[in-house]
Design a protein around this ligand. Structure first.
Ligand code: NAD
Ligand code: 89Y
Length: 343
């Protein structure tokens, strides 16, 4: 099998994880990188031994020679870069958050559809191994039919030193982090039909909201709570763990701090350690997220090879992004927002 060749655009804070992931990936490698910041281009190029370096995406696509592009820039450039990839007939991965608006997100999906190129959002939290262990338990039927769930991410970790732009946007936690938790809720409980949300800013040094609580109505009749906070000071800092509570007709599942999965069913109570692997290049506490980067990349390679639509394709991720938009609207207007207002 020939190896897929990729190009990465955006060599910033998170792209380093993506480059490590690609270095480990079977069946794909990065042959070119692009960043408008020469310092970042040099650091990433030198660290990963990439010779082909570009300061503009136009020049990168003009030279070509790759099967897919991995866009790791911040949201403002996503639409332009995805449309450029589609115009060049190149399969595309784009980091979350998908786009600044639903209109942009829909246009990106349409552009890739028209060009007939694969399009995946790098929505990696559902690929975290503890989340996958919880999903496998639910699917096994051990707790029966699920009727209620909670997806919770509460922390006071300083994310602003590594990602300073997070402190300046009008939108913060739902767009940046809640988006992952909302996607996990979809992954576990199916698509949602409506959301009711409340938000708050506790940290006076940032522009956006740092606390959000969302209640989701799922098509399958399940109710879930998705709550996230970067203003929650706990005795042991849990970043970046997503905790779960799932109630079913026969039992319950809890994914609690320190990656402890407890499953209570008619057969008894089982507690297991679902700690993610600490990859050789990874560092605590980020290892959970870092492991998931490699897993979503492997999924992408398999999907490209088999001609399958990725689980978090652009089309799929419109549902997650609609939840983000609907949550902001619900919080602003203090009403339950049906997703049909966005989809
Ligand atoms: P960053 O600002 O550190 O890096 C972005 C890089 O892109 C910068 O080096 C910038 O110069 C470059 N860039 C921007 N526009 C460009 C363009 N048009 N052409 C070429 N280069 C361009 O940002 P970051 O913290 O690495 O975040 C990047 C994305 O990754 C964001 O969307 C963020 O939400 C996402 N992210 C995802 C996860 C995750 O777990 N999935 C974690 C952290 C960040
Ligand atoms: O940008 C965010 C993400 O996607 O995961 C964690 C993060 O880095 C900070 O909230």
């Amino acid at each position: 099998m020939t190896e897929l060749k990729g190009a990465l655009i955006g060599c910033g804070f998170f792209a380093v994880n993506q480059m490590h992931g690609w270095s480990d990936a079977a069946g794909a490698r990065i042959v070119a990188i692009c960043d408008r910041d020469p310092a970042r281009l040099q650091i990433v190029g030198d660290t990963f031994g990439i010779e082909r370096r570009y300061s503009s995406a136009e020049a990168l696509f003009a030279d070509g020679g790759f099967d897919f592009v991995d866009i790791a820039t911040t949201v403002a450039s996503h639409r332009r870069l995805v449309e450029m990839a589609a115009a060049n007939g190149v399969a595309t991965i784009c980091q979350k958050p998908f786009a600044p608006t639903m209109e942009d997100a829909a246009a990106m999906v349409a552009a890739c559809d028209r060009a007939g190129v694969a399009f995946m959002i790098h929505e990696n939290f559902r690929w975290q191994s503890p989340i996958r262990a919880a999903k496998a338990t639910i699917d096994s039927g051990a707790i029966g039919e699920v009727f209620w769930g909670r997806v919770s991410f509460r922390s006071a970790y300083d994310v602003f030193s590594g990602q300073p732009y997070l402190a300046t946007g009008k939108r913060f936690i739902i767009e940046d982090l809640g988006i992952h938790a909302l996607d996990i809720a979809r992954f576990l409980f199916g698509n949602a039909t409506a959301v009711t949300a409340r938000t708050r800013r506790v940290n006076p040094a940032i522009a956006g909201e740092d606390v959000a609580t969302m209640m989701l109505d799922h098509a399958a009749g399940i109710t879930s709570i998705v709550d996230c906070s970067y203003a929650t000071r706990l005795p042991v800092e849990p970043f970046p763990e997503t905790l779960l509570e799932v109630d079913g007709s026969k039992g319950t599942l809890r994914l609690s701090q320190s990656y402890r999965l407890s499953v209570h069913s008619p057969d008894g109570t089982e507690v297991s350690d679902v700690q993610p692997r600490l990859l050789p290049w990874a560092s605590r506490p980020w290892h959970n997220i870092q492991e998931s980067v490699g897993l979503i990349q492997r999924h992408w390679v398999e999907c490209l090879r088999d001609g399958r639509e990725p689980d978090t394709s652009g089309r799929d991720n419109l549902q997650t992004f609609a939840l983000v938009e609907a949550s902001y609207l619900s919080a602003a207007e203090k009403r339950t927002v049906p997703l049909s207002e966005f989809l």
